[in-house]
Design a protein around this ligand. Structure first.
Ligand SMILES: Nc1ncnc2c1ncn2[C@@H]1O[C@H](COP(=O)(O)OP(=O)(O)OP(=O)(O)O)[C@@H](O)[C@H]1O
Ligand SMILES: [Mg+2]
Length: 107
């Protein structure tokens, strides 16, 4: 799972790249988008169909229940501003959590 409550720090960019990596390695890969902005799902919709398959899961709407049963790698793109019980619920599901931090120059 890629998570940081801060917005715009690269969660979706990292999630999509990780999903690509595992799909190219031959794993049955799904990308679960918990963000109603649907960045990951929109990206998947624009992705050419001849590339290694990544299944999109509209997790912001329906959770993980529609993730294919045979999924080997599930990448979760968490939304910004996640906190409280929602944060607990997401963290509980994750085997590995990545927290991207875009470096910025202090001025
Ligand atoms: N490693 C990087 N280096 C430079 N720019 C990056 C990097 N990763 C992401 N970006 C850029 O930062 C912006 C935000 O990235 P992204 O949409 O992945 O963040 P996010 O954390 O998913 O945002 P949100 O909180 O809105 O979901 C985009 O313009 C993206 O191209
Ligand atoms: Mg995002």
């Amino acid at each position: 799972m890629v998570m940081n409550s801060k917005g715009g720090c690269g969660k979706s960019t990292l999630s999509t790249n990780i999903a690509c990596y595992f799909a190219r390695e031959g794993y049955k890969t799904a990308l679960a988008d918990y963000d109603p902005q649907r960045t990951g799902l929109d990206w998947l919709a624009a992705r050419p169909e001849d590339l290694p398959k990544i299944t999109g899961v509209a997790a912001y709407d329906e959770g993980l229940r529609n993730a294919p049963r045979d999924t080997e790698v599930l990448v979760i793109d968490a939304p910004a501003r996640t906190h409280g019980s929602e944060l607990n619920e997401l963290v509980r599901r994750a085997e590995t959590i990545l927290v991207p931090v875009l470096p910025s120059r202090s001025t």
